[in-house]
Design a protein. Structure first.
Lengths: 116, 141
């Protein structure tokens, strides 16, 4: 199974928080900007692709035991949010790429391996 | 074990704080992680509903070996039609709240899917009481 580190190196993304947890396996991915949709549909161990950057994304990722959050469109959470992510053990990645291309590249990378 | 949390209406930054705290406690009790996640989802949705719609509320959590009981009581506008509010996609959240990704109209249905017993009572212009019971053994539901 691929890890967060594999995604960082293959998707040209940067690690914004949780750099000590990149060996965590990624079981699949879910793309959505609606928090309740993620709460209802994302599965444990999945990567969450979103454009949301506010502090509540930490609670969603942590409560659902998601492997990491990948923020698209160059979005950056504020320092307080990143510090909370770090202390809660939530990994946040960021990419300048848009949502569609990010999902496409991830799908190619994970096809046959993850619960896509 | 009993825990109590105050929830402030409009405080979206802190929304999820009580749920995260209880999740840590439940994990320490070595409950099935899948059951802990279900409780976490239902608590989070109840907490966000108070933040998004009510003036203030209180979340009381009562844990015993058989079941986790979560009681959320708020002072707020109440829900005029609970059956309508239960429908996925129905939401009365403001545009500002929706821009943050809240207000998808999935909160109540997520609560229903993730608890064994969901009980909602509401009084217009007074508030809403949500009682959620989840059994600790997966077979108990």
């Amino acid at each position: 199974m691929i890890t967060i580190a594999d995604i960082v190196s293959n998707l040209n993304s940067s690690v914004l928080a949780g750099s000590d947890k990149l060996q965590r396996p990624v079981k699949g991915a879910y793309a959505s900007d609606l928090l309740s949709d993620v709460m209802g549909k994302a599965r444990e161990g999945e990567l969450w692709i979103t454009m949301q950057t506010h502090k509540n994304i930490i609670a969603v990722a942590s409560l659902k035991d998601l492997s990491a959050i990948l923020i698209v469109n160059g979005g950056k959470p504020d320092e307080d949010t990143l510090a909370t992510a770090q202390s809660e053990g939530v990994v946040i990645l960021g990419t300048e790429a848009r949502s569609f291309s990010t999902c496409g590249r991830l799908y190619k990378l994970m096809e046959g391996d993850a619960l896509v | 074990m009993k825990f109590e949390y105050l929830i402030e209406g409009g405080d979206f930054i802190r929304a999820g704080h009580a749920s995260s705290d209880i999740k840590k406690i439940l994990n320490q009790l070595n409950l099935d992680p899948a059951i802990v996640r279900r409780i976490a989802v239902s608590m989070y949705e109840a907490e966000v509903n108070v933040v998004a719609h009510a003036f203030r509320g209180v979340m009381k959590v009562n844990i015993n070996p058989e079941r986790i009981l979560v009681l959320v009581e708020d002072e707020g506008p109440g829900i005029p039609d609970i059956a309508q509010a239960m429908q996925e996609g129905y939401s009365t959240a403001s545009d500002k709240v929706r821009e943050m990704g809240f207000g998808a109209g999935m909160g109540l249905s997520n609560m229903k899917k993730n608890t064994d017993i969901l009980d909602i009572h509401s009084a217009i212009n007074r508030g809403t009481v949500v009682k959620m019971t989840t059994f600790t053994k997966s077979g108990a539901s």
